[in-house]
Ligand binder design. Structure first.
Ligand SMILES: [Zn+2]
Length: 183
């Protein structure tokens, strides 16, 4: 896959293009204009799209396949920047689920506005990356975030995806034979 090829070490050490790529990967939080996933996800993701369409949304795949070497780089860089504790709470280095190509990080995309729909307030910190952060909070914005997250999670569950071990509201593993893990 493209990522692996680009990250392959060169015999002359770290090339300029590799350094540029590493910088890009880190500062862009791994988001590029192309995301790769296993072909096993094509039909399930099409089903997700069909389910969300009546609500006025598409699914926005923000991350998919991530190689083992990319995991290592990201882990090291994030520990340097955010510390080990925060990094360990977010990055599953034991399972490295994205390396299978069966995991995705998703958001909603508005069909009418043609832009991403935010499922949390960026000022709410790391805690807001996990499910139920907004549950039972009285303000309207929190209730809307919770409703949108519930829509995403229930749709993904219906289509064979399961929440990851970190219980982030946006990370799903395709595990149709496992029971749904969100109530
Ligand atoms: Zn993920």
């Amino acid at each position: 896959m493209t990522t692996t090829v680009l990250l392959a070490a060169t015999s002359t050490g770290i090339s300029t293009s590799r350094k540029v790529l590493l910088r890009k990967i880190f500062f862009a939080e791994l988001t590029s204009d192309r995301v790769q996933v296993s072909e096993k996800l094509i039909h399930p993701l099409q089903k997700v799209e069909e389910t969300l369409s009546p609500f006025g949304y598409r699914i926005y795949i923000k991350e998919g396949y991530r190689s083992r070497s990319l995991y290592d780089i990201v882990y090291k860089k994030r520990v340097e920047k955010f510390g080990k504790e925060e990094t360990d709470s977010l990055l599953n280095m034991e399972g490295i689920p994205h390396a299978e190509g069966l995991s995705v990080d998703v958001a909603l995309w508005s069909l009418s506005d043609n832009q991403e729909v935010y499922l949390r307030n960026g000022n709410d910190g790391v805690g807001a990356l996990f499910i139920n952060f907004y549950r039972n909070k009285p303000d309207t914005a929190s209730q809307q975030y919770q409703e949108l997250q519930d829509l995403v999670i229930s749709t993904m569950m219906t289509c064979g995806f399961r929440l990851g071990t970190k219980r982030e509201y946006f990370h799903f593993d395709y595990r149709p034979n496992n029971p749904p893990n969100y109530t």
